[in-house]
Design a protein around this ligand. Sequence first.
Ligand code: BG6
Length: 454
Amino acid sequence: RMDKEFVIFIFGGTGDLAKRKLFPVLESMYKGGKLRGLKGVYALGRSVGKLRDYVSNLDRDFAGFFHPFEFDVTDKDSYERLGREVSRFPKEELIFYLALPPQLFETTIVHTGSLLRRFSNPRKIVIEKPFGFDLESARKLNFQLRRYFTEREIYRIDHFLGKVAIQNILSVRFSNYIFEGIWNKNFIDCIQISALEEIGLEGRAGYYDRVGALRDMVQNHLLQILSFLAMEPPAIMEAERVRDEKVKVLSSIRKFSRDEIDRYAVRGRYRGYIQELGRDSNTETYAAVKLFIDNFRWEGVPFYLRTGKRLKKKVTQVVVLFKEVPGNFGRLLGCVPRQNKLVFDIAPSNDVKLFFEMAPPEGFLACPVEREMELDLSPDGLPEAYETLIEDILEGNQTLFIREDESELAWEIIQPILDAWKEDTNVPEYEPGSWGPEEAEVFIGKDGRGWVLV
Ligand code: BG6
């Protein structure tokens, strides 16, 4: 791959994602000598004049490869001009990166796909999340992709999978008997996955209001974390085998019907959202769901997933809560024991923590105390998620990308919630800076549990 030459075309080149993540990552990879075959980065967007300041601050060498390119994804002419640009690269690999809102995916796939019929270059297409708006639109996208590309050329990206702190879930589970031996319904009480954010709309209102928390975070990032937590080990380290295991988990998630939704999902919207948006809306900025995986390992163990904007602070965390041991020492002494907890901190810190009960200094006849072991993933920080994934794309490694069947299964799980919420316009509110709506506490409280953050 060292000598392989390639060109990257980024649709949405003036968008938030391109400017905040993709360009800086490409620039730093370039400087680090990781883009050796690079022949060009095209930033395609409707008013690329806006990029002028940006370009003037780029690394001088990298700027030589960086081409702002006036482009409208819905306009035939734009693709003609793109075609002329592509002909300058007779044999290079062409990488098309759709950093676009979901309503623009289909037209871009179709136009790019038909343009590519005139070329024989090796090619890849990268599609951001959310992959459509619902199950039906995701199926349509897959149908169009299949017309023009093979699955080996398609990279449905979910940047959470590029986070080492999330990959570490698999490393910890599948390298240590001490965890894997108890990783099932006999020992685990429940698993909680939280992706809580302090930020609000941040100039992305146009995108966010069409999407909402469930589509923006749960359908992709949180379900991906869930599959890492719940999957069986792959027999061999190969993209298809890893993805097969994730697909098995997603297909085992219990389906629920529309009228059961309130038992499985709850939403919220922060106070002031409508004013900020400047128009009426039913979009949720907070979503929590409870899922069951009906298989031998997980039957009866709830997975609670929650996410929201404008909350108290940014925390992305997985908490695995263990059952109480029979004849618990603390209980025998009339104390209230805490649950053992294994925690994967994904943000702001990157570590693994283990909480368990120990004798207090007074001796074992006094109430046990909870102690904590903390293991940092890296003292020097971790690679940027997008960097890992862009490297994988260049190398053709699809392990950390979403396969066609997986993309649809993830929508199937949340589709009944989307349907129910669309009809019921009553969205509970929460205070900005809180931990979410009161309804979310009641929701988990009904199971005799509470949300845990540590
Ligand atoms: C993105 C969502 O996929 O993930 C954003 O669209 C969200 O709304 C972001 O803020 C969170 O990612 P991270 O890596 O900052 O936790």
